[in-house]
Design a binder for this molecule. Structure first.
Ligand SMILES: Nc1ncnc2c1ncn2[C@@H]1O[C@H](COP(=O)(O)OP(=O)(O)O)[C@@H](O)[C@H]1O
Ligand SMILES: [Mg+2]
Length: 620
């Protein structure tokens, strides 16, 4: 698809692209549209021509009223029947056209929505975090249901009017070429005005995308269940609604101004068209009376002149609207053409599975940030090893995990899995090797079992695997007690759904990670923040019991659990400041020892800094 550039060539290309889209989406409906378009364009002129015959024949028959006009009867009845048939055909063509249009509309809308969604699935996490990309996505989605379809109908409306105009011109040339010139010129000013307004409105809408996104966000906050508690208790509804209103009002005012201007100019310029028509009217009347034209010709020319004029104004008007739609198509194209450079290799397994996971001199700065989130981070996990990652909020733990799992590209430094640089791995094979639970894990509004099964899409509906995984993730017990067990719909979005507690949802997410195959590296980012200390210990025990050759990277703020890891990596402001087993770090008397003692003191009383066995403060 090539629609860039606001030149005529681009516009034609856009129209062709859209026509091809229409044809692929609904071939029969598109062909029907073509046939109906031609029919609807030609039939009115043909009917007017027959009308002229009728009037002229009637004029010939009039003087024979007394003596008998039998000789004209067959011709007249035939002509009336002919005109009736033409109009009947016209009605049928119009009906068929609206049926074809309705079919085209849904098909095109679905096809475009599909294209947008398909593109969205190829985007990287970084794209989703980029407001610019969000704006483009919003714009592409907003009008996907109407714009491409409008463009298709626009092409047909313009073509139909061109056909009407051509047919009318053929007839009008019999009158004078002056009439043809008058018709075309009178329509132009309105068209030029329309074009300029289209552009203005489009620019305005584009400028407004961020505001409209804010509106959509406010709508979500005000209507969604996950916001409802805080919105109510902090009484945020009224002020948020006010914000919504302010934006709506501003948009309304801007739109009102431009609408009024558009219509004011529209009226003025349409008056030119009306003036042209009556000028032509007067002229045709004069020529008729001066005996140059028959009565039949007079009626025909008046009808045809009107038709030609409508052809011009309607054709130009839809051309103007097509400009609007074409501008949208450029947005759609710019979204679809968004470069997605997922660097992916081809290898599906590493050279040396005993090499484990190695992170070397990794640094990362978020786009637009001034300080790096990670600086020169190096550490390794051997097969079968459990590593804990600790550090205060904002120290870069989650960022590290996003880099390791290749949710972001690795700009500086390298990461190796099984002796192979992650960039050489096939992205899908690589992703298959991780079993993550994020802090902001997903609560799928699906069945409990499906929520767990999603951890391994190839066995999504394997009920035995659900149960095995749920036992490890501590979800089995409460899921079994749900009304329909693993087949219970979770969340309140759909009818009959059961809501779970935060901790229960977290157990579901953990079970999902355990659903992954055994060689997948467990990456748990504060996965137990909502669990009671008992449950957290059990989860960590399960990780230990099922480890085999499995690697695990655990993040927790509870030092009682952290100490169960084989080794601990301590992050501070994006740097690794210490790493080693618990005992070594305690001897070290560094940041880890300090934080550990601080937490332990909390349990044993302010003055005691002795290490505690069960330090289970929830600091997330
Ligand atoms: N998506 C993001 N875009 C920009 N900056 C981010 C993003 N996520 C985190 N940061 C910043 O990176 C730093 C590290 O964040 P994070 O890795 O989430 O910390 P932790 O998980 O250790 O609490 C923080 O200063 C945070 O503000
Ligand atoms: Mg985090």
């Amino acid at each position: 698809m090539s629609t860039t550039g606001s030149n005529g060539g681009g516009r034609i290309a856009a129209s062709l692209w859209v026509l091809r889209l229409a044809f692929r989406a609904a071939p029969r409906a598109t062909i029907a549209m073509v046939i109906c378009t031609i029919a609807i364009g030609v039939l009115p002129a043909a009917a007017a021509y027959v009308g002229k015959w009728i009037v002229d024949t009637v004029v010939l028959a009039l003087p024979l009223r007394e003596t008998g006009w039998g000789q004209y009867k067959p011709t007249l009845w035939m002509l009336v029947a002919l005109e009736g048939s033409l109009i009947g055909l016209l009605v049928a063509a119009q009906r068929a056209q609206s049926a074809a249009q309705a079919i085209l509309k849904t098909r095109i809308a679905n096809r475009v929505a599909e294209m947008i969604l398909a593109k969205a699935t190829t985007l990287e996490l970084a794209h989703f975090e980029d407001p610019e990309v969000h704006d483009r996505l919003t714009r592409a989605r907003r009008d996907a249901g109407v714009r491409p379809y409008n463009l298709v109908t626009g092409v047909f409306v313009v073509s139909r009017n061109l056909v009407t105009l051509a047919a009318s011109i053929v007839v009008l040339l019999g009158l004078s070429w002056w009439a043809v010139l008058l018709v075309v010129l009178a329509g132009l000013p309105a068209f030029v005005a329309e074009l300029s307004f289209s552009q203005q409105i489009f620019d305005q809408q584009r400028k407004r995308t961020p505001e409209q996104r804010e509106q959509a966000y406010l709508e979500a906050v005000l209507t969604r269940e996950d916001f409802a508690k805080e919105v109510k208790l902090y009484e945020l509804a009224e002020p948020l609604l006010d914000r919504f209103r302010t934006i709506a009002l501003r948009i309304e005012q801007e739109e009102r101004a431009i609408t009024l201007r558009r219509n004011w100019w529209g009226t003025l310029l349409n008056l030119i068209g009306t003036a042209a028509f009556y000028l032509a009217y007067a002229w045709i009347v004069r020529r008729t009376v001066n005996e140059h034209l028959t009565l039949g010709q007079m009626t025909m020319y008046l009808v045809i002149f009107r038709q030609a004029q409508q052809g011009v104004t309607q054709g130009l008007a839809s051309l103007g609207m097509m400009l609007d739609d074409h501008l949208y198509l450029r947005d759609l194209e710019s979204f679809l053409a968004l470069p997605v450079t997922t660097i992916t290799g081809t290898k599906t397994e590493g050279r040396d599975p005993s090499a484990g996971l190695v992170v070397k001199n990794l640094s990362f700065t978020y786009p637009g940030a001034t300080v790096p989130a990670l600086e020169n981070v190096s550490f390794a996990i051997a097969p079968g090893e459990i590593i804990a990652l600790v550090g205060q909020n904002g120290s870069g733990k989650t960022t590290l995990i996003k880099l390791i799992t290749r949710l972001y590209d690795v700009p500086r430094g390298r990461i190796f899995l099984d002796g192979l640089d992650v960039c050489e791995w096939d992205v899908h094979a690589l992703r298959h090797r991780f079993a993550p639970v994020f802090q902001d894990f997903v609560r799928f509004r699906m069945k409990a079992g499906e929520n767990v099964g999603a951890g391994d899409v190839e066995h999504w509906h394997d009920e035995q695997r659900w149960i095995d995984a749920a036992k490890l993730g501590l979800a089995h017990e409460f899921v079994s007690e749900l009304p329909e067990g693993y087949h219970t719909q979770l969340g309140k979005w759909f009818k009959g759904g059961q809501e779970l507690s935060g901790g229960q949802w977290q157990k579901i997410a953990l079970s999902r990670a355990f659903m992954r195959e055994r060689d997948a590296i467990l990456v748990l980012d504060e996965p137990t923040s909502a669990l009671d200390p008992d449950a957290e210990v059990k989860i960590f025990e399960h990780v230990q019991q099922t480890r085999g050759q499995r690697m695990a990277l655990l993040i927790s703020h509870r030092f009682g659990s952290v100490r169960m890891a084989d080794r601990i990596v301590v992050l501070d402001e994006g740097r690794v400041v210490e790493q080693g087993p618990h005992d070594a770090l305690m001897e070290n008397e560094g940041l880890y020892a300090r934080l550990f003692k601080l937490q332990a003191a909390g349990y044993l009383g302010r003055n005691s800094l002795a290490p505690a066995r069960e330090a289970d403060d929830d600091a997330s």
